[in-house]
Design a protein around this ligand. Sequence first.
Ligand SMILES: [Zn+2]
Ligand SMILES: [Zn+2]
Ligand SMILES: [Zn+2]
Length: 257
Amino acid sequence: MAAPLKFTFLGTGTSSGVPMIACDCAVCTSTDPRDKRLRSALLVESETTTIVVDTGPDFRYQMLRAHVRKLDAVLFTHPHKDHIAGLDDVRAFNFFTGNGMPLYANSMTQEALIREFAYAFADKKYPGVPNLELNTIDAEPFLIGDIPVQPIQVWHLKMPVLGFRFGNFTYITDANRIDEAEKQKIWGSKTLVVNALRREKHISHFNLSEAVALTEELRVEQAYFTHISHQLGRHEAIEAELPQGIHLAWDGLAIHC
Ligand SMILES: [Zn+2]
Ligand SMILES: [Zn+2]
Ligand SMILES: [Zn+2]
């Protein structure tokens, strides 16, 4: 039996974050700290290895807030800006270790990283730019240190996005559809994290009722919803109406699984 892993939600908000700039709604003006959501990202830790899933625009502050001193790798779900924009700040880890940062991404996300951070992949680099090492992943499971990673391909409208299963814990951000064959890879998970944007239907994200239905279909013991919009409502009110075992995640929540 593998030692339990620790999973920390670094951010649980949708692309605009919560509060959203210039919004005075009841969620954006809430004083409940659980209604403050940075862009979605996850920290995964074993005794020896620390990895992060996605480096959105809040990456630097997320590393500071969670007191991350050492980072062994970054996994990417997909190339939308709210999941890659903060990548430049991995150079702080480069400076301390003197090593490149291993990045794990599918070829579509790698193309975007090379385009958006061209200066870090240039032949002649300006001093101090991030030192990035690309690793291509597809459907095959792999190890980062002692952490097992099983990619799960889900659909975000027409974009293939990677979810990741780490032992008994499955993490799926941006998705609105999962093929049956990929659902097989989730079965048996104790904990499922999945996006639940808002109540109303959305073109590329599960809404609240779709996320609940998926959780019940896959019969996981506990589920946490993430990538939440201010349109969903206040944390406390939504949490109170969810079925047993299903919760809204919040920034800073840590789970051992
Ligand atoms: Zn997103
Ligand atoms: Zn708002
Ligand atoms: Zn997205």
